[in-house]
Design a protein around this ligand. Structure first.
Ligand SMILES: [Zn+2]
Length: 130
């Protein structure tokens, strides 16, 4: 190494410079290399395009199209059953299942209305006597 004071070449482990007598140990401690922390792999941003087909989101138009499809009598009902179980896209399957919830609620409301109508009709028939 070189002396910090006079730049004379001195022994690496020398405590004093043999030329000028300066303290060779000062500022000569071996540099402690910091323990290198393994760099975290940069987690790339996951975009919609990275998702596999069965997880990819449906566009608003797809939802709209499915609603139209399901509202078609008979044909819509067949698709409703198929897409409720088809695993090709989880979002379409979930939307299809949610459509069932709507249908069931409408069905219950219609059943209640039907029962009340029949009861009222039967009641009216009794009062009139025919
Ligand atoms: Zn020196």
């Amino acid at each position: 190494m070189l002396c910090k004071n006079c730049n004379t070449q001195i022994e690496d482990n020398a405590r004093f410079c043999h030329a000028c007598g300066a303290d060779a140990t000062a500022d000569n401690q071996p540099v402690v290399t910091p323990v290198s922390v393994p760099e975290q792999p940069v987690r790339s941003q996951i975009t919609v395009d990275d998702l596999p087909e069965h997880l990819s989101p449906l566009s608003p138009w797809s939802y709209f199209g499915l609603q139209i499809l399901y509202s078609i009598p008979i044909v819509g009902f067949i698709f409703l059953i198929i897409f409720s179980f088809k695993k090709s896209n989880i979002n379409r399957r979930n939307f299809t299942r949610s459509y069932w919830c709507g249908l069931i609620i409408i069905g219950i409301i219609l059943a209640v209305i039907l029962i009340f109508t029949l009861l009222l009709g039967a009641g009216a028939k009794l009062t009139r006597g025919y």
